[in-house]
Design a protein around this ligand. Structure first.
Ligand SMILES: NC(=O)c1ccc[n+]([C@@H]2O[C@H](COP(=O)([O-])OP(=O)(O)OC[C@H]3O[C@@H](n4cnc5c(N)ncnc54)[C@H](O)[C@@H]3O)[C@@H](O)[C@H]2O)c1
Length: 336
């Protein structure tokens, strides 16, 4: 059994408590939050779990092997570092930290101590993303031409971190996963704030690669309409992933184009192909349970988790550059 301590019981933390409670070979031993009413709610559901106030109290417990951090973004680095130095494996909520340098430091400490550090990129564990990954890996989609993702709704404003750190993190992690870690060479981002806080609540990120792949991500907290739609276009087929759809989340379009260049090089012909549209069945299991089981397997068996630290590093690297670009009205930031 892996003894688990969970810090942060706000919006997301209780989901982690529920799923670690259901995970195999894990036992939630304690939870911590500075807010007594949040502790009381967990106590009513899980009376055997010890209640603590401060994260540091969790790190001191000898019956805790692994810590799960569901605290605000700006606390991730400091708390994860403290937990690792206290000898605990760590699962950090997305994003893993707020800069590439911080992630590298955490990876370094984890290596020195022989501990796991993992990030919760929940979407990677959904049946839909697993299906897309298998379609890309099997070659069915062909070469990746574009990834175009929109994640907008009336969201909870974060007072300190722009919308990309909250929402684009999901799309970036999905792209990183399905493309097997394809590295962008540059990033450009634009966005604006509609509040006095000056924190961008709507943003558009473009990722450039050293081939003709392009990725574009739209993030917004200010849309009254909820859209969670990703288009993944390849040289052979195109996939639409609509996460708002209750069951038919993925549609595969067997359509495309081919270009032929005749002898006269100043002209070219485009042939369009319109084939079938298919709707594959996708697994409906709860993604967060997959995250919890993967973390425990990483600790017990040394298995590399799906949402591993490199996924965390790649996502934070792009977010950091995108934030720099946002502040310079879309200036292209090189990543090489
Ligand atoms: N994976 C997902 O889909 C998903 C969804 C939502 C949020 N999140 C992530 O979860 C994290 C938390 O987000 P949230 O919306 O639940 O935040 P929240 O503000 O609702 O809750 C954070 C909680 O942490 C507690 N806390 C902070 N510092 C503490 C400390 N040192 N000791 C004890 N308690 C402490 C606060 O009292 C608060 O209750 C963020 O990183 C966010 O990005 C992930």
């Amino acid at each position: 059994m892996v003894g688990i301590g969970i810090v942060g019981l706000g919006y997301w933390g209780p989901n982690l408590v529920r799923n670690f409670n259901a995970a195999q070979q894990a036992e939630v031993r304690c939870v911590a939050d500075r807010d007594a009413s949040r502790l009381a709610k967990i106590h009513s559901l899980y009376p055997a779990v010890d209640l603590l106030q401060e994260a540091t109290e969790v790190f001191e417990r000898s019956d805790v092997d692994a810590v799960v951090l569901a605290t605000p973004i700006n606390t991730h680095f400091e708390l994860a570092k403290m937990a690792l130095l206290a000898g605990k494996h760590v699962l950090v909520e997305k994003p893993l930290a707020t800069s590439r340098a911080e992630v590298l430091e955490l990876m370094d400490i984890a290596d020195q101590k022989g501990l796991q550090i993992m990030v919760d990129h929940t979407f990677l564990y959904t049946g839909a993303v697993q299906k897309i990954k298998s379609l890309v890996d099997s070659g069915e989609i062909g070469d990746l031409h574009y990834f175009d993702s929109t994640r907008i709704n009336l969201g909870l404003f974060n007072p300190n971190w722009s919308v990309i750190w909250d929402l684009a993190v999901h799309d970036l992690s999905i792209f990183d996963y399905i493309s097997s870690g394809k590295k962008p060479v540059a990033v450009s981002a634009t966005g604006v704030s509609h509040t006095q806080m000056g924190i961008e609540d709507i943003a558009y990120i473009t990722l450039f690669f050293n081939d003709s792949t392009i990725a574009h991500i739209t993030s917004s907290w200010i849309s009254p309409v909820k859209i969670r739609k990703t288009l993944i276009g390849g040289s052979k087929k195109m996939v639409i992933y609509d996460d708002v759809e209750p069951t038919e989340k993925i549609k595969i379009y067997d359509s495309g184009f081919s270009v032929s260049t005749p002898e006269d090089m100043h002209r070219f012909y485009v042939d369009y192909r319109f084939g079938d549209i298919s709707i594959p069945k996708v697994a409906q299991t709860e993604a967060l349970l997959g995250v919890a089981n993967d973390f425990v397997a990483a600790i017990l068996d040394g298995k590399t988790p799906i949402s591993d630290r490199l996924s965390g590093l790649n996502v934070v690297t792009v977010l950091e550059a995108a934030q720099q670009s946002l502040q310079q009205r879309g200036k292209t930031i090189s990543l090489v």
